[in-house]
Structures are given as structure tokens and as C-alpha cells.
Design a protein around this ligand. Structure first.
Ligand SMILES: [Zn+2]
Length: 431
């Protein structure tokens, strides 16, 4: 059976619920990648048993009927599997690493979170004021391109401005993405430092009750110059045209944009396009608008009648459409819970799979594997003499997670350990 056949409606797995207790049981018994998950969360820690980072990590589980249990923990992959197969959680959230085993949270004085990954949650429902194809929980390949914009900008800033290396991106199972930054320096950030990083990324303000807007000031931070270089081509490809969000493809839409220009200029262009708007493409319109932008002297009086468009207008336009919109609350506290990679989304049945940030634009959230599809694939290959995982299309996600994220991080741990040993040897003089 090819992937094409699986995509056909009416294929064995496509009808029926994509998530139910039986499918979940199968998934936890035969497919969830416990080993990889625990290797990750152990962070190479030496301390055995309950002292390890893995053992001090909180998991919170949402069971059937929304029963919610916090402070779950375990010391190895086998115990994790026992917990999951016993509890059958519909949702798995990852919390912080605490100063002791989370199970003991009531009996330990001064129980507190000690570390956790720096995480970001980006949700397409926060783009409802700019996307025209879908709203709310609905997602398609077209509006997914806002995630492309977000991933590209976050990746460049996290790697180049902050120097982080061990970053994994996870599809959230429904309408967005999660980013886990796992470098030791990231895991040890204080809440204040997390807030500062979130502020660094706060370019689009406003919330669901307010119009989203972007207000910049000159000179632009180099990080924003770089973001513009990354975003403007995506804005052209996915936002302005008819095949994208259509911002410059119909008079109704471009009128809204022209209102953001200085009044007189906006009015003139509006009149001009009213007559000749169909003669130019969205790209030509955008080029024309950009061409009007001129840099302003800092103290040029605002009182003067505006006869030109400030340079910042084009940045504000691109950013208010495309700059990442992060959920601040998820990132700013060590103690915040976030859905675990490889959990399944109870509404869609889709597995929260890792994906390659470099290929985010071709990632298709509407074809991510569901629990029912996995069950079907297991069934199709029931006689094959291979690991259960390798019978399914989850295999490439798990292999990607190992190859692109886990193994490079483990190699870095190995290097750090050797450096420490050499340093200790040098101090003692026994080279
Ligand atoms: Zn859409």
C-alpha cells in the first residue's frame, strides 16, 4: 500500500474516529517511543534512580472524562510505559524538573521547579485577523504558511542571537507548533529571563479583543532587519496574492491596507487603483507601495503634511501579517505545562510529531498520522518481521527526532564530559 492509497477517502483507516480508547491502548502498548523520550528527558544525568532529571520531571495527565492528575513521575522508560498503559491518558503535559521527586510535592518543604526547557507555543487561531482561508481550530496548507514565517524567524533569532543549538519543533496536533529549546543554558533560565526573551519577540501587539498592530521605531534592531529579509519573500508568496491570503488581490482587501498609509497618499492610490487596479498584479502593487517608502530624518516634524510614506511602513505591514505571534504565558514560567511530543491530540487523533524546521513550508498538518491510521498500518504489516514502529509511518518521525535532535545533543553531552575530564586532569597536572 502506498501513501497515496492511504490518502484516499474511504481507505481502511480514514472512516471512523481517529481517536478512541482502543486506539490509544494500542498506541501506548506498541508504538509510543518511551526509550527516546526518556533518553531526552534524562539529559545525560549521572545520578541514578530518583535523583536524575528524568525522575524529578513532572508529567501531568488528563484521563478520560477530563480527570486531571498532576505530579506523575518515573525513573526509566519501563516505568513510563507502565504508567501510560495503566492510566491511558488522553493528554500528556510536560512540566518542570523539580528539586525532588514530584510525587513528594506535599511532604517536601520548599518544593520548587529547578529547570525546564525554554518553550514556545504558536497557534494559528492567533492569526484569525489576517488569515482569510480558515478561522479558529481549522487549518489548511495555505494558512500553515504563517507557521513557516514563525518558525523561520524564531529559528534564526534563537540560534544566531541567543546561540541555542538543541531545538526541536513539534506539531501540536491541531492548529500550531511548539518549540522546545533544550540547551542547558535555556533550561536554567529564570522566569525573568524567559520574560525578557518573550519581550524580545513581541513585535505584534494586541489580543483577540483588540486590533493587532505593529509599531516600530528607527533605527530597527538588526534582528528585525533580518526578520524582514526572511519574511518579505514569504509575505509576497503567501499573503498578497490571490492564491495566498489575497491582501492585494481585491479592492476590498487592499482598501484596508491603504488606510494604514498617510491619509492623502492612501486616498490617491485608492482612487488610482479603483480605476486601474486590475491592470497590475498584487506583486506590482506591493512593489509600488514599497517604492513610496522613504527614510525619515529623526526630527522631521510630524506636523508637516505627509507627502511620503515612512520607511518603517513596509516593515510594519509585513510584521503585522507575518511576524511570529507567541503565546506569552506558555513561555514565561518554568512551571508552565506543555503538551508532550508524541502525545496524540484527543480532538484530531493526530500525533504531535517533530518536524524539520528547514522543511516547515512543505509540512502538511492535514496529513499528519492519526491513531487510527497507525492501527491500520500495524494491521497491514502484522506478519512482517520488524519492530512495530517500523511497520508504521510514525517511524520516520521517531528516526528524525533521534537523528536530528537527540543524537546531536547526546554527542554534545559527550564532548562536554570529555572537556570536564580534561580540565580536571589539567588541574591535577596528570596530562
Ligand atoms: Zn487555512
Amino acid at each position: 500500500m502506498s501513501a497515496m492509497d492511504l490518502d484516499q477517502p474511504g481507505a481502511g483507516w480514514a472512516s471512523g474516529p481517529q481517536f478512541d480508547p482502543d486506539l490509544l491502548r494500542l498506541y501506548y502498548a506498541r508504538l509510543f517511543p518511551y526509550d527516546q523520550w526518556c533518553k531526552w528527558m534524562a539529559y545525560n544525568s549521572d545520578e541514578p534512580g530518583t535523583g536524575s532529571q528524568l525522575a524529578r520531571r513532572e508529567l501531568s495527565l488528563t484521563l478520560a472524562d477530563d480527570v486531571y492528575i498532576r505530579y506523575q513521575c518515573f525513573t526509566n522508560a519501563k516505568e513510563m510505559k507502565t504508567l501510560m498503559t495503566k492510566r491511558q491518558p488522553h493528554k500528556i503535559d510536560i512540566g518542570a524538573v523539580f528539586n525532588c521527586v514530584p510525587r513528594d510535592h506535599l511532604s517536601v518543604k520548599n518544593f520548587r521547579p529547578e529547570s525546564r526547557e525554554l518553550v514556545f507555543d504558536i497557534d494559528l487561531s492567533d492569526y484569525d485577523d489576517v488569515r482569510t482561508c480558515c478561522q479558529g481550530a481549522t487549518v489548511c496548507k495555505k494558512c500553515w504558511q504563517y507557521m513557516t514565517c514563525a518558525v523561520k524567524v524564531c529559528e534564526s533569532a534563537l540560534r544566531e542571537d541567543f546561540g541555542f543549538e538543541h531545538i526541536v519543533w513539534i506539531y501540536s496536533g491541531r492548529r500550531g507548533v511548539h518549540c522546545w529549546v533544550c540547551d542547558e543554558t535555556a533550561r536554567e533560565l529564570t522566569n525573568d529571563a524567559r520574560l525578557a526573551i518573550i519581550k524580545y519577540f513581541s513585535v505584534v501587539s494586541g489580543n483577540e479583543n483588540q486590533a493587532k498592530k505593529t509599531q516600530l521605531s528607527s533605527p530597527l534592531h538588526p534582528s528585525l532587519e533580518r526578520a524582514y529579509r526572511l519574511l518579505e519573500p514569504l509575505f509576497v508568496e503567501h499573503v498578497i496574492g490571490e492564491n495566498g491570503q489575497g491582501l492585494l488581490a481585491s479592492s476590498e482587501r487592499w482598501e484596508t491596507l491603504l488606510k494604514t498609509l498617510p491619509e492623502e497618499i492612501g486616498g490617491q492610490i485608492s482612487k488610482h487603483w479603483e480605476k486601474n487596479g486590475n491592470d497590475t498584479s498584487p506583486l506590482e502593487k506591493w512593489e509600488a507601495l514599497k517604492g513610496l517608502c522613504v527614510s525619515e530624518k529623526p526630527n522631521q516634524a510630524k506636523k508637516q503634511k505627509r507627502t511620503s510614506v515612512p520607511e518603517l511602513w513596509k516593515y510594519e505591514t509585513v510584521f503585522s501579517q507575518c511576524y511570529p505571534r507567541l503565546d506569552e504565558n506558555v513561555s514565561k514560567h518554568r512551571n508552565h505545562l506543555l503538551k508532550s511530543p508524541f502525545a496524540a491530540h484527543p480532538k484530531t487523533g493526530r500525533v504531535c510529531v517533530p518536524f524539520d524546521a528547514k522543511k516547515v513550508s512543505t509540512f502538511d498538518p492535514t496529513t499528519v498520522v492519526t491513531l487510527r491510521q497507525l492501527a491500520y498500518e500495524l494491521d497491514q504489516h502484522s506478519g512482517d518481521d520488524v519492530l512495530d514502529l517500523d511497520k508504521t509511518s510514525l517511524a520516520h518521525s521517531v528516526r528524525f527526532f533521534e537523528k536530528d535532535f537527540l543524537h546531536p545533543m547526546m554527542r554534545a553531552w559527550g564532548r562536554a564530559r570529555r572537556d570536564d575530564a580534561e580540565y580536571a586532569a589539567a588541574l591535577k597536572g596528570d596530562f
